[in-house]
Ligand binder design. Structure first.
Ligand code: NAD
Length: 264
């Protein structure tokens, strides 16, 4: 018998049509939460994802195509979820993009998109979701950051700046809501083998004229002392833990989940 500790809760996960967000949506639904999916993709595939998740976990699953670049679309996604479910009890800010370039060649529009999707959208979702959390005196905000919220790598200036920004936002929100039964925390994974990382593997193979194995071992896993990718399921279980009563006093942390990368 599954432990449905999140029954009657609703979780909105931005960027949950793929990768880590989708994995976290599965884990929260498996714990009984209703789900608001968000992100881009083929409409038929997203509808299959939505209905399969609803059937498998016996929860309500809805989908919003809100673009995290657009503050009006973010506000209406959150208000639609609140109208339907009463509140967004669990907000997971996960949507993110990456672009790798030396700073002097970094395209201005790419810089701005990364800052807006990876950082600014978190401000808009939190601002929209907090009043209903405060009204019911319960909420969980989980920001999907990265090891790059704690340390830097060359050629990832926008990403590192945005992720460090989310760490600061996480601490500030945590302090503002500390007296309510609301927490705000960040999860900082190392490399996870999702479409976002697959794209980087492909481009590094071309840039360095290396094989896939060489890129994985000599570039990606070189940073990770445990020499393996983080699994999406591990991150899903951490999200469930942060929503559980055991985590009631965990607030404002940025939890490294990277096999020891930032311990160096
Ligand atoms: P992914 O590319 O598999 O998924 C990204 C999701 O965000 C997709 O659902 C996509 O449709 C959505 N998205 C992108 N732009 C959007 C926009 N403008 N509006 C709405 N949705 C949008 O990526 P992932 O690897 O699962 O990454 C998820 C998060 O985890 C990101 O914030 C990323 O920075 C972070 N992260 C990833 C890794 C990794 O190794 N994969 C490591 C650390 C942190």
């Amino acid at each position: 018998m599954e432990n449905k500790i999140l029954k009657e809760r609703t979780a909105l996960i931005t960027g949950s049509t793929s990768g880590i967000g989708l994995g976290i949506a599965h884990s929260l639904a498996n714990s009984g939460a209703n789900i608001v999916l968000n992100g881009f993709g083929n409409p038929d595939e997203i509808e299959t994802l939505r209905s399969t998740m609803a059937d498998r976990y016996k929860v309500d699953v809805i989908y919003s195509d809100a673009n995290m670049l657009n503050s009006d679309e973010i506000a209406s996604m959150v208000s639609h979820a609140i109208d339907k479910f009463g509140a967004v009890d669990i907000l997971v800010n996960n949507a993110g993009i990456q672009y790798v370039s030396a700073i002097e060649d970094f395209p201005n529009d790419k810089w701005q998109d990364i800052i807006n999707i990876n950082l600014v959208s978190n401000f808009h979702t939190i601002k929209a979701a907090l009043p209903a959390m405060k009204k019911q005196n319960w909420g969980r905000i989980i920001n999907l950051v990265s090891a790059h919220g704690l340390v830097a790598s060359p050629f990832k200036s926008a990403y590192t700046a945005a992720k460090h920004g989310v760490v600061g936002l996480t601490k500030t929100v945590a302090l503002e809501i500390a007296e309510q039964q609301i927490t705000c925390n960040a999860i900082c994974p190392g490399y996870v083998r999702t479409p976002l990382v697959e794209g980087q593997i492909e481009s590094q193979m071309k840039v360095h004229n290396m094989s896939r194995e060489q890129v994985i071992n000599d570039i990606f896993l070189a940073a990770q002392p445990n020499k393996r990718f983080v699994e999406v399921e591990e991150l899903g279980q951490i999200a469930v833990f942060l929503c559980s009563p055991s985590a009631n006093s965990i607030n404002g942390i940025s939890l490294p989940v990277e096999g020891g990368w930032t311990a160096r």
